[in-house]
Write a protein of this length. Structure first.
Length: 133
């Protein structure tokens, strides 16, 4: 799993760069770090739901997904996430401004998910998808 996680992280990083370049070429204002990361995480979450994947392929991809960081997912871990700064109530994806902060949030998500025995993306399914039914 760790090798797949490293490959996935590299693939994901390339997508982030490609999104930034495309966004810039289309004449849009620069896309801030947090929203850029969230867009890629939402894209990958949607891709994994594609009907063309077999159940085995999907089962291999789901544990690799990152939790899209927004006010719902951040609120879920705000009280105990150690991201180097105090996390105020009601922050959104724009609160996440560096790769180090993003990585610390994702590490917290992985730890919480491991304790519950589920993939990290389940946190997003619980706190965001469930709140928007």
């Amino acid at each position: 799993l760790e090798f797949r996680r490293v490959l996935f992280r590299s693939f994901r990083a390339e997508l982030v760069v490609d999104l930034s370049n495309c966004w810039h070429l289309r004449g849009k204002k620069p896309l801030a770090f947090g929203p850029r990361m969230k867009l890629i995480d939402l894209l990958l979450k949607a891709v994994v739901r594609w009907e063309g994947f077999s159940e085995k392929q999907r089962a291999n991809l789901v544990p690799l997904l990152h939790v899209p960081l927004d006010r719902y997912s951040i609120a879920a871990v705000r009280r105990f996430a150690d991201v180097g700064v105090r996390i105020p109530e009601g922050v959104s994806m724009s609160f996440v401004t560096t790769q180090a902060m993003y990585d610390k949030f994702q590490q917290t998500m992985r730890e919480v998910a491991a304790e519950a025995g589920v993939p990290p993306i389940y946190i997003d399914l619980l706190v965001w998808d469930d709140a928007h039914k």
